[in-house]
Ligand binder design. Sequence first.
Ligand code: CAA
Length: 267
Amino acid sequence: MTRESPPYLAGLEDILVGQPEDFVLTIRLNRPKARNALRTQLLKELADVLAQASNDDDVRCVLLTGGEKVFAAGADITEMKDKSPVDVINDPRGHYWAAIRDFAKPIVGAVNGFCLGGGNELAMHCDILFAGNTAQFGQPEINLGIIPGAGGTQRLTQMVGKSKAMRMVLSGEFMSATEAEKAGLIAEVCEPELTIDKALTLAKKIAKKPPLAARLAKESVLNAADTLLSDGIKAERKSFATLFASSDKQEGVSAFMEKRKPTFKGH
Ligand code: CAA
């Protein structure tokens, strides 16, 4: 199905994109050395490719996946080191996240390995998730002196409920794929080597449905949870930016980069 598809491969560094096949566009996060950390360049590429896919009639569904051992390790911590709250507010990342959130066609996610921080937030932007049984989901931002900043506190709570969300967000503990399925974070857990095949099979099935109905079905299902979500995300973003003024955030990020245990002081 490459008839009129734009060349998705041109100039991409951080993601791999095929040409649409049976109306499904496959996108793979591809920064293995940095464990697929979502640096700004990666988010921009993702937003740009989704913008292209929005206007491509040969794309009716997107499959999003990462690596075998890491789906994504979250925001790129090295980019956070010297950011002030003002930098966070002016950061273009907010626009890229909005482009991913607003993508109107269905996205099926296939997760293997670690799915952490912004990586888990990205996974939660997918409409349906499959995960290999070794996958681990987490929001470990608290260990860096910050909190999730791309909707994590809101979407996770909607998906798994308050107590499990609090446990993950406050303690940084991970959730196994089996528990994630039980809790409703993912649709199905399977053998890791089957994750992509299963997600692709479902993506192709969805791509055979009438595209306009699929688009409005996605919009409607998201509406069910969205009444107060946008307010919650705005408030979360402010708190996230505020934490960039704290010395504990400097300590958390420095300790990560220096590969040592952080000492937090509460300011
Ligand atoms: N940002 C930048 N670099 C990262 C990274 C990240 N999130 N995660 C890993 N890396 C880098 C490491 O620094 C290391 O680099 P060097 O080779 O140059 O030393 C390399 O990737 C390999 O990392 P590890 O040796 O730690 O790899 P591992 O396979 O043993 O462990 C991991 C993998 C469990 C994912 C571990 O790397 C990890 O815990 N990463 C951090 C996870 C995290 O804290 N995520 C939250 C980020 S903040 C966020 O996401 C904010 C938000 O909501 C918007």
